[in-house]
Design a protein around this ligand. Structure first.
Ligand SMILES: O=P(O)(O)OC[C@H]1O[C@H](O[C@H]2O[C@H](CO)[C@@H](O)[C@H](O)[C@H]2O)[C@H](O)[C@@H](O)[C@@H]1O
Length: 428
């Protein structure tokens, strides 16, 4: 039994054997999922405050693991026997109150919202530290195995099923860069996405505005959901009467094809525009801060803000949001995201798209969702809780997740997409 404690909300130990997708038979998902024990999502942190702040999971470092590296049980392809365990101290849940802005918890959340950049250095101490963190990472991968190394296993489960693919954009298809306007996808990645979309229904679900993410990706063969799923352009079903969802209207895409446009937060548009203007005004005085209008949500970037000014950013954003009880704040990677308080997220967007694609009712569908961010956890959670499919977390540092598998970075995502295409072609 391999026990991991990673969150205040865990009432008991998590039996890693129980949540590992390490069986090749078709019952893998159902047999390995134990929902009651895997309640890891900090999105569940509830607040009565009008603008609750949901914190990003703190990456697991060696000190958080609280173990000596020699005890970490890693060997490639290892099977788990009783007696192997890792203990991760429970993470402190940070209360979501305005007053906490100045507390270290707040700053910790802001600091931990993205893995640190790797520094090239010849300092031998730092090399040792790097070795240790690699060990911690590999140990973490026992719980979230590489989707590349486990490809055959995933495909064993996919046999006889129709794969539907959902991809996040920033940090998944494009590397994280300082300037959000320059988060370009490489031509090689574009071609990998194009090829995979020719094999499986594929959608991109991003926190960006739908137009912006389409501008970056530039492929017509996909479906796009922007604003964390609050702006979906999906297919029209033959049986669709158009009235299954309110806020769903018939429209045409850039090629003139008939599509369904679903915008559950459309009434918030004037409010979002207003808050965007206030945030732009406020951040004018803060060097490096940048506000991005993502149509149904707003991003306040602090990646390029001197760390000593992060409290000012958090305080100012909260001050503005005090006047907007119908808006809430979430944490992304060095970004505060303002969004409407509606019961809609990337998980709901996945369900909506599966439904629109006519794939929601059948057992022979395997949705796969690849993403790197807090907001992607909503989608991982839907797939895990409904025993539907696999979430794949893109991360170069260990963190708690509802995903089943992991990939280190966008280049591994590209390899995974190419493997999917090869697999599909080998079966024709
Ligand atoms: O759901 P996503 O597609 O992952 O979008 C989430 C946010 O991504 C972008 O910000 C992140 O990427 C930037 C470019 O690499 C980086 O500079 C920033 O620090 C990251 O947070 C985007 O700019 C945001 O609006 C999205 O909400």
């Amino acid at each position: 039994m391999l026990c991991i404690f990673g969150d205040e909300k865990l009432s008991g130990s998590l039996h890693l054997m129980d949540c590992m997708p390490n069986s090749s038979d078709k019952k893998t998902l159902k047999r390995t999922y134990k929902p009651k024990k895997l309640n890891l999502d900090p999105m569940d942190i509830k607040s009565n405050h009008a603008a609750p702040v949901l914190t990003d999971p703190v990456p697991i470092t060696k000190s958080r693991l609280g173990i000596h590296s020699s005890l970490l049980p890693y060997s490639p392809g290892a099977t788990f026997s009783s007696g192997m365990y890792i203990t991760i101290p429970r993470r402190k849940v940070i209360p979501s109150k305005l007053d906490d802005i100045r507390s270290s918890g707040w700053l910790d959340a802001m600091k931990s919202s993205s893995p640190p950049r790797k520094k090239l250095t010849k300092d031998s101490n730092i090399e040792v530290a790097a070795d240790d963190s690699q060990l911690v990472y590999r140990s973490w991968m026992l719980k979230y195995p590489s989707a590349l190394a486990s490809f055959e296993q995933i495909m064993n489960y996919a046999k006889g099923k129709r794969i539907a693919l959902f991809l996040d954009y920033d940090g998944t298809l494009s590397p994280i860069v300082d300037d959000p306007e320059r988060a370009f996808m490489s031509p090689a990645m574009r071609s990998a996405v194009k090829n995979v979309a020719a094999c499986f229904p594929t959608a991109i679900i991003s926190g960006r505005s739908r137009d912006k993410v389409y501008e970056f990706v530039g492929l017509t063969e996909l479906y796009y959901a922007g604003s964390h799923g609050m702006d979906i352009m999906g297919p029209v079903r033959q049986s669709d009467t158009g009235d299954n969802h309110s806020n769903c209207i018939r429209s045409t895409d850039k090629q003139g094809k008939e599509v369904n446009l679903f915008q559950p937060a459309s009434e918030f548009l004037p409010m979002i525009d207003e808050v965007f203007s206030s945030l732009v005004e406020f951040t004018k005085g803060i060097e490096g801060a940048k506000v991005e209008n993502n149509k149904f949500c707003v991003s306040v970037h602090y990646r390029n803000v001197d760390e000593k000014n992060w409290t000012t950013v958090a305080h100012g954003v909260h001050g503005i949001l005090k006047d907007y009880p119908r808006l809430r704040l979430t944490h992304g990677r060095k970004v505060l995201e303002v969004r409407p308080v509606i019961d809609w997220d990337k998980g709901k967007a996945v369900e909506f798209l599966l439904d629109s694609l006519g794939l929601s009712e059948s057992d022979d569908v395997l949705p796969i969702y690849v993403g790197d961010d807090r907001t992607d956890e909503d989608a991982f959670k839907v797939l895990r809780e409904k025993n539907r499919g696999y979430g794949i977390l893109v991360s170069s540092v260990p963190k708690e997740s509802n995903a089943f598998y992991s990939l280190k970075d966008p280049s591994e995502v590209m390899s995974f997409l190419k493997s999917l295409v090869r697999w599909k072609k080998s079966r024709i």
